[in-house]
Design a protein around this ligand. Structure first.
Ligand code: ATP
Ligand code: MG
Length: 646
């Protein structure tokens, strides 16, 4: 167990970071006080425009409307590839690491250009044009990035659907945004297992009448069903076309992609992002938050099927001319040292992952980490859920050997880019806090009535002004955008998350507002109780929910996964309850502690508390949409062993 303490910038920062503390404050102040000056400088610095904008920005937050760099023209693939060719044509753009450790390759910016242009020409030849939607259902292979960039080159709107989704989930997403072309692979490979992607596409397309083209990448050579007029092989089609593809010049506000949220809280929403603002947001944050310097190797472990993969594997890094690593496999194959082996093999400098992966690797013990060198690492990042301070300190001490700052980045599919985060070299770190807002982001806390809370406070997290990479609409349902994000509080964006602000103005995300516990009048964030549980040596992972209680209003139900080698017992339950009481307060003591070998997670690795809440409350007939669960079998196990039965 590591002591949870604050870490000064000077403990672990490099000397040539882009910004220091004063630099952050100066730039942040400019971004809020003189937004137009600030954004003009940034948009000129980070992007190459074919035609300048006539107006920087216009928004009406009560209608969920925002426009940035109005009338400006640019093309995303040109910004991510063509403009780098002179200076860094031979530099590696993408390092691809296959599922098997023996399988990897480097793709230079020049090669990337050729691949993207060819595929763009193939799509054009199939009649795909500006504004058409193209669904990508791909494994983590370079062709996934080529496909995203090829769409952007011709102005088509991509909708990437995570390759772990079922045929039904794929069908619903194809139809929701009326995609007419699909790009996939014969099979994916993850953790030594094959995933029948083309077969899933076949099942999905039985009920997708408008799809006229399926492009299939040959990844494994496995058997596939084939439809002569609809299907083309990627390698054959690309070989037959030119490597020259004039880009479609896009308006700053033309759509770039649609991406469905992970579905932690309900039916997934088709989040629409546009061109100029999104690209600026992802590039700027990639530069500042990861303190990226030329020549460094940067690795984000997310899947391209999630926003993190969009912004921080593909668009942000490539726009900045970086070298980005793309990993096909899983952190535990062939064994749980894989991530650190990859770091050593490719000399990774910056590593960005999710708390769920950190906790899973932590539960495996330190040996698997410490036997590797990791000497190249200098910065670590976290995203996706609140990171428990215990896991933070483990990441800091064991993985980063106290030499790498950790950036705990809070953001959402809807925000397009990182919103609240430390900046390396500029921000003192507190484990579990996402710290301070990024440039141009004006967060605030409000009570349920919408009154803004000042100073040290706990409340609902809102964003008070428009930012460039903001969601533009929920595809096909603008009213749902307004209802979900712009109605709870007038004229501001409601994040759906709760947060606390401390005496230094640092933000601590306490979890989703819908998940906040209210025990005897005390409002407690799920993250606070979970972090206390995880702090205990015998606990690998924990999730807590509230259920109705006659006297207290709500009582706390905890699901707890033991560390490897720990045998659950009633004694241990007592100890855990006492431990939480000591860490948080006796009001936060769980009433129920259910042991479990696993927790229900979305396919992006987030704990799905709404399902846990139903089980805890013994409301089994209303479990809701579980189509985005990674492993539905976990639910059966939890139901069978539930403790609170009517
Ligand atoms: P849905 O909106 O469909 O329920 P989702 O919210 O899980 O799904 P994402 O956009 O992938 O979909 O996740 C964003 C959410 O993840 C945030 O609202 C927040 O709850 C959580 N989150 C992300 N990063 C952090 C972080 N650094 N600290 C705390 N929470 C985080
Ligand atoms: Mg969400």
């Amino acid at each position: 167990m590591y002591k949870i303490e604050n870490h000064k910038v000077s403990d672990a920062a490099r000397v040539d970071s882009h910004l220091d503390e004063a630099g952050y404050h100066k730039l942040y102040k400019q971004s809020i006080d003189e937004p137009d000056t600030f954004w003009v400088e940034q948009a000129e610095r980070f992007l190459t425009w074919d035609k300048p904008w006539s107006k920087v920005h216009e928004s009406d937050m009560s209608k969920g409307e925002a426009a940035w760099f109005i009338d400006g023209k640019l093309n995303v693939s040109v910004n991510c590839i063509d403009r780098h060719l002179d200076k860094r044509g031979d530099q590696t753009a993408i390092i691809w690491e296959g599922d098997e450790p023996s399988d990897s390759k480097n793709i230079s910016y020049r090669e990337l250009h050729e691949h993207v242009c060819r595929l763009a020409n193939v799509l054009r030849a199939r009649g795909v044009k500006k504004g058409d939607r193209v669904c990508l259902y791909m494994p983590m292979i370079p062709e996934a990035a080529y496909a995203m960039l090829a769409c952007s080159r011709i102005g088509a709107v991509h909708s990437v659907v995570f390759g772990g989704f079922s045929p039904d989930a794929l069908r619903d997403r194809i139809n929701d945004s009326d995609c007419q072309a699909v790009i996939t692979a014969d099979e994916g490979v993850r953790g030594g297992k094959r995933v029948p992607l083309k077969q899933n596409v076949e099942k999905a397309l039985k009920e997708c009448p408008n799809v006229h083209t399926v492009v299939t990448v040959k990844r494994t050579g496995g058997d596939v069903e084939w439809h002569e007029h609809r299907d083309i092989w990627y390698h054959e089609a690309c070989a037959a076309v030119s490597t020259d593809c004039p880009p479609e010049i896009m308006d700053s506000e033309d759509p770039l992609f649609i991406l469905y949220t992970s579905g932690s809280t309900g039916k997934p929403k088709g989040v629409l992002h546009t061109t100029g603002g999104y690209l600026l947001g992802s590039a700027m944050t990639h530069h500042y938050v990861f303190d990226y310097h030329d020549g460094e190797v940067y690795w984000c472990t997310a899947d391209v099927g999630w926003i993190t993969g969009h912004s921080y594997i593909v668009y942000g890094p490539l726009c900045n001319g970086a070298t980005t690593l793309m990993f096909e496999g899983v952190p535990t194959y062939p064994d749980a040292s894989r991530c650190w082996d990859i770091v050593d093999k490719h000399k990774v400098n910056i590593f960005y992952t999710a708390p769920t992966a950190i906790r899973a690797l932590m539960a495996q013990g330190n040996e698997l980490v410490t036997k590797t060198s990791r000497a190249s690492l200098r910065l670590l990042g976290s995203v996706g859920e609140p990171i428990n301070p215990e896991a933070w300190e483990w990441y800091y001490h064991v993985v980063g050997e106290m030499r790498c700052p950790i950036v705990d980045t809070w953001w959402q599919t809807e925000t397009g880019a990182i919103m609240i985060t430390p900046l390396p070299g500029a921000t003192d770190l507190k484990p579990g806090s996402a710290t301070r807002p990024f440039f141009g982001v004006e967060p605030a806390l409000v009570d349920p009535e919408g009154n803004e809370l000042e100073g040290v406070a706990s409340g609902n997290l809102i964003i008070k002004r428009s930012w460039p990479s903001q969601i533009r609409t929920v595809y096909g349902d603008h009213q749902r955008l307004i209802d979900t994000y712009f109605s709870a509080y007038k004229g501001v964006y409601f994040t759906g998350d709760g947060a606390r602000r401390d005496e230094d103005g640092y933000y601590w995300i306490t979890g989703r507002v819908d998940d906040v516990l209210n025990v005897s009048g005390h409002r407690i964030g799920t993250a606070e109780v979970e972090s206390a549980l995880v702090l205990h040596d015998s606990v690998a992972e924990a999730a807590v929910v509230g259920c109705p209680h006659d006297i207290k209003g709500q009582c706390i139900y905890a699901y707890v996964m033991p560390m490897r080698g720990i045998t659950p017992s009633d004694e241990l339950v007592k100890e855990l309850k006492a431990f939480v009481a000591e860490q948080v307060g006796s009001f936060a003591k769980p009433d129920f502690v259910q042991w479990t070998p696993g927790l229900p997670k979305t396919r992006s690795g987030k704990i799905m508390r709404r399902v846990l809440r139903k089980i805890a409350c013994d409301e089994l007939d209303t479990l809701g949409d579980t189509s985005t669960l990674a492993d539905p079998a976990v639910v059966d196990e939890l139901v069978a062993n539930r403790l609170n039965r009517a």
